[in-house]
Design a protein around this ligand. Structure first.
Ligand SMILES: [Zn+2]
Length: 290
């Protein structure tokens, strides 16, 4: 069964749309079509399609900035809660992470500036942003959507873009693990607020309400925990892998470590700068940690 459909390729990167995206379009159509408002419903569907076009450009912003740092992108996939550019790896250099994270929202800033210019030129300004849907003003609605995308993505809720920017800036001052812990904790707090806002218990500007927001909150919570666990695991490993080699029988035997002819354990050989593992008086392996 198809899980995603390929829309095309941009800059050598495959662009896919997840099948659940169709559910979003159907939901948007049906919630707006009530009372014979077919025109409004079609407008809302085209707006969602255009917004997700901007989301593709946003993800391409991340992907092309990552490419500048030698990190390829496997693919870009659109889900109902947003787009995901799957980078082959995350940069561990704070400034690279900073630029990769900021490049996405920067694309939406450029689109918003372009639409502002377009609206000014056509004299079709936004007198009342609240009425933009009723007036079926597509560039106007798209402008508001891009402003919302910038503000929403820049929330310092790791692993969203703003949270990655925060983690990168913190990592300049402290270890990457500590920076991730702080960014994830803040991310979880914001995710809790988003969830309450999604439920309609809390009213927050920009983010709105609805089940979609609850999914975003869950995403922030789960993926944040997952990334934190990965960084914790990374921090546990030694900086450079141990280089363990068996001692060849023909090589000169290292000095016997002690008076005990059946010694078992490790000794440090200052000349070769290697740890030597002994078993019953026999040298078994050398271990280099440099
Ligand atoms: Zn982004």
């Amino acid at each position: 069964m198809f899980r995603s459909w390929k829309l095309g390729t941009a800059f050598g990167i495959g662009i896919y749309v997840h099948w659940t995206f169709l559910l979003l379009l159907a939901w948007v159509f049906l919630t707006n079509a009530g009372g014979g408002h077919t025109e409004l419903a079609l407008f809302a569907v085209s707006l969602v399609v255009c917004v997700f076009g901007c989301v593709i450009l946003h993800e391409l912003g991340h992907a092309l900035m990552a490419r500048r740092f030698g990190i390829p992108t496997q693919d870009i996939t659109l889900y109902p809660i947003g787009g995901v550019a799957r980078l082959t790896r995350m940069s561990e250099r704070p400034w690279e992470e900073f630029w990769i994270a900021i490049a996405g929202p920067a694309v939406n800033v450029v689109i918003a500036l372009f639409l502002t210019g377009l609206l000014a030129l056509t004299g079709n300004g936004l007198d009342d942003p609240e009425r933009v849907l009723g007036e079926l003003n597509l560039p106007g609605a798209l402008l508001l959507a891009n402003i919302a995308l910038v503000l929403f993505n820049l929330l310092p809720a790791f692993p969203m873009d703003g949270g990655r920017v925060l983690r990168a800036l913190l990592a300049l001052k402290m270890g990457r693990l500590r920076a991730t812990e702080i960014a994830t904790t803040l991310g979880m707090a914001i995710a809790a607020l988003l969830f309450l806002s999604g439920l309609g218990i809390l009213s927050l500007p920009v983010v709105g309400s609805g089940p979609m927001l609850m999914f975003v909150a869950l995403f922030v919570f789960l993926v944040g925990q997952q990334e934190l666990a990965a960084i914790r695991y990374q921090a546990m490993r030694p900086a450079s892998p141990l280089d363990v080699r068996p001692i060849a029988p023909e090589s000169a035997p290292p000095a016997t470590p002690s008076a005990d002819p059946r010694f078992s354990g490790f000794t440090w050989d200052a000349q070769s700068r290697l740890w030597i593992l002994w078993h019953n008086g026999q040298p078994i392996q050398t271990i280099s940690v440099e």
